[in-house]
Structure formats: C-alpha cells, structure tokens
Write a protein that binds this ligand. Structure first.
Ligand SMILES: Cc1ncc(COP(=O)(O)O)c(C=O)c1O
Length: 382
C-alpha cells in the first residue's frame, strides 16, 4: 500500500486550493525534495568554493550513480544539462548531416523541439519532415506501420517522443528503435516525460541518444535534464557550452559547463530516492490507473471519441481528450479561457490545439483527486 501521507496534497509544495491537472508541464515538488534542495543551496552559500570547486564533481558523480540506476543505464554515458531541449541541441550540434539528408519526426513532436529541428535543418541545408500520425489511435502496430511508411532512403535521423506532449500517447520505442536500426537510421528518443511515468531501461532499449527531464515525473527540481549517448558517440558529443574539460571525457565535459547551480542535479537524485522509498512501480501504477479514470470521465461527460483506447494501453499518466464541438473554444480564445478557469475556478489544466480542434490534457500524480476532474468539468461547462 502507498503511504497515505505521501498522497496528501499538503505534502507537496502546490497550493492545495488549486485543482492541479498539469503536472506534465513543469512537474511539482514534494515538500521533502524541495527542502532537501534548499538545504543544499544553504550548504553552497556557507562555503561556495568547498561545495562547488572541491566537492562538486564528487557530489555530481554520486547523484549520477543514483540517477543512472533509476534510468537503467551506465553512469559513464549520462551527462546533465538544464533540460531536454538543451540535450537535443547537444546531439544536433554533434551531428554532421549531408544536405540530402532528412531529419524526420512525427506530428506529435513537442513544438519547441519542432522549432529546434527546423532551425538545425535550415542551417545545415537538409530537409525537415513530420510523419502524420492522426488520432484516434488503437494499437502500437498501427503507429509502427505509419512510421515505417514515412521513412525514405534520405531519412538519416529520426526523433521520436517516448511520451508525446500534446496527446500523451506512449510510443512503442522498442519496436521503433529496432526498425531504425534495420534501416540504418539514427534514432533519438525524446523522453522528456518518460522517467517516473514509465519504467525505463535505457541500456536495454539502446537507441543512439536518449534525452529526458527529471523535473517532470521524477519530481526533481527544474534544471535537471539529461542526455544519454551510445558509447560510439561519447567522444564526439559535447555540451553547447564548452569549458575547462574539453576532450577530457564525456561526463567531465558535461559536469562543468561554467558555473551553475548543481543543486538541481543533486535534488533530482534526492527525488529518485523519495520515489524509491514509496516504490516507483506503485507510483506509476497508481498514476496510470487514475489517468485512465480521468480519460473515461471526460469522454463520458462530453460524449466525445477518445483519442486512444479507454483501457489506457497507449497511455502513461496523462490523457488528452477532445473538447465537445459545442464548446465555443478554439485556438483564438484558448489562452484566455485557460487563464479564466485558473483565475475564476482555480483549475490548472492545459487547453491545447490538436489536429485543428481544442483538447484538454490532464495529468495524474499522487496528489490528484477525483474532485479535480469535477472542478474541471464545472469550469469548462460554465
Ligand atoms: C516531449 C517533450 N519534449 C521536450 C520538451 C521540452 O522540455 P524542456 O522545456 O524541459 O526542455 C517537452 C516539454 O514539455 C516535451 O513534452
């Protein structure tokens, strides 16, 4: 059984009066993780040189061991960066692609990553393309089929979300990695949402690169993104900001990118331990079950077609549901309505546009309550 204590909204830094349904964007911190990071910040302030200069490398190495075990990978292949976007930028910077090459992703790509891939393609004279994967989706086989059909001889890099941001769909990355390997296409997995949401074993997956965030579903502090690279890329991958340890080893280079607040990385390891104490499997299962319930409740209330099966087979701990067509919500007033439901109803839920229609994405975390969905339904029908 999950400790009752850990479930309570009051054990989180969140305002308990807000129906917080947007864990997916920036995560949220349990009080004990937040306080542990603050204690580390105090330690730094008490003696900055001792903390960062003399002890910094050792502190990051210890955190890396905890985090790499959690991610199922070797610590030697794991570098820390501020966030998943930066991690992808490091990969792109290290790649040499010919002008005839295509960088391919899917229509589910996170918009920030879309812009990053586009700008890289423009600068390198290669082509950027998205494979349209329309919802509703029913099976993984359907997804793999669409991706297979979307590759051409020119496809050299495929970027695929492990968990898509807008739709919450969990992509079958194991099958996709095998497919890319078969076709000689380098594959980057964007796991911004994956750690803490789904069980991970990066070594077993063995893509070319895996990037992720620890501030979302691991509930670590913002500023703890990571980049895992296959051994063959260790020497050719560098941080965006090259500093003292250039060519002195992958982890050394990533550990020192100029002065920065390493308490985010150390805090992420503390967050891993926080979840281990409860049981990551229990957390994931509980959140998954609740996300399925949320999806079903919204679909039933609005009588809309679900974007993925109601058994949750394509979902993790987020679900996206189309708003009913009679709601006067579209891309023009979406931001305003989102802000209204926050200010007038104390409901935080992302309203987004997917395939030209308005959708809402709901996230489930230990603090989530059924009442949060009741409040969302009431706010939106008003
Ligand atoms: C799939 C995906 N990739 C990348 C990102 C970017 O993450 P960050 O802003 O931390 O770099 C996000 C953010 O939510 C995301 O959902």
């Amino acid at each position: 059984m999950l400790s009752v204590d850990k479930n309570k909204r009051t054990n989180w830094m969140l305002d308990p009066d807000i129906a917080y349904l947007n864990h997916g964007s920036f995560g949220a911190r349990p009080i004990e993780v937040f306080e542990a990071q603050i204690a580390l910040k105090r330690d730094f302030e008490r003696s900055p040189i001792q903390f960062l200069d003399r002890e910094g490398k050792e502190r990051i190495s210890a955190a890396r061991i905890t985090i790499s075990r959690f991610l199922g990978c070797s610590d030697e292949q794991l570098g820390f960066v501020d966030n998943a976007t930066t991690a992808i930028a490091c990969v792109l910077q290290s790649l040499v692609l010919s002008p005839s090459a295509e960088i391919v992703t899917t229509s589910h790509v996170y918009n920030g990553v879309r812009q990053l891939l586009k700008s890289h393609s423009e600068r390198n004279g290669c082509t950027y393309r998205e494979i349209d994967i329309h919802t509703p989706l029913k099976t993984n086989a359907e997804i793999v089929e669409k991706i297979t059909a979307g590759f051409t001889d020119k496809t050299k890099l495929f970027v695929i979300d492990h968990v898509a941001s807008v739709t919450g769909i969990v992509f079958p990355v194991k099958e996709i990695i095998a497919l890319c390997r078969e076709q000689g296409i380098a594959v980057l997995i964007d796991g911004a949402h994956a750690p803490g949401m789904i069980e991970l074993n990066i070594d077993a997956l063995s893509p070319d690169w895996y990037v992720g965030n620890l501030h979302k579903w691991v509930c670590g502090p913002p500023g703890a993104g990571f980049l895992w690279v296959k051994k063959k890329y260790l020497d050719s991958t560098h941080p965006l900001t090259v500093s003292n340890f250039y060519k002195q080893g992958f982890t050394s280079e990533f550990d020192w990118q100029g002065t920065r607040d390493i308490t985010s990385i150390l805090g992420a390891a503390i967050a891993v331990d926080w979840g281990t104490e409860i049981g990551w499997d229990k957390i994931r299962k509980k959140n998954h079950k609740m996300a399925i319930w949320m999806q079903q409740s919204l679909v039933d209330a609005w009588g809309v077609v679900p974007m993925s099966p109601l058994d949750g087979s394509l979902l993790g701990t987020m679900a996206t549901v189309q708003l009913p067509s009679h709601f006067p919500i579209d891309e023009h007033n979406l931001k305003e309505i989102r802000s209204n439901i926050y200010h007038s109803y104390k409901v935080e839920a992302p309203l987004l546009v997917w395939q030209g229609t308005a959708v809402v994405r709901v996230s489930s975390q230990l603090y989530s309550k059924t009442d949060d969905i009741t409040k969302l339904l009431a706010a939106l029908s008003d």
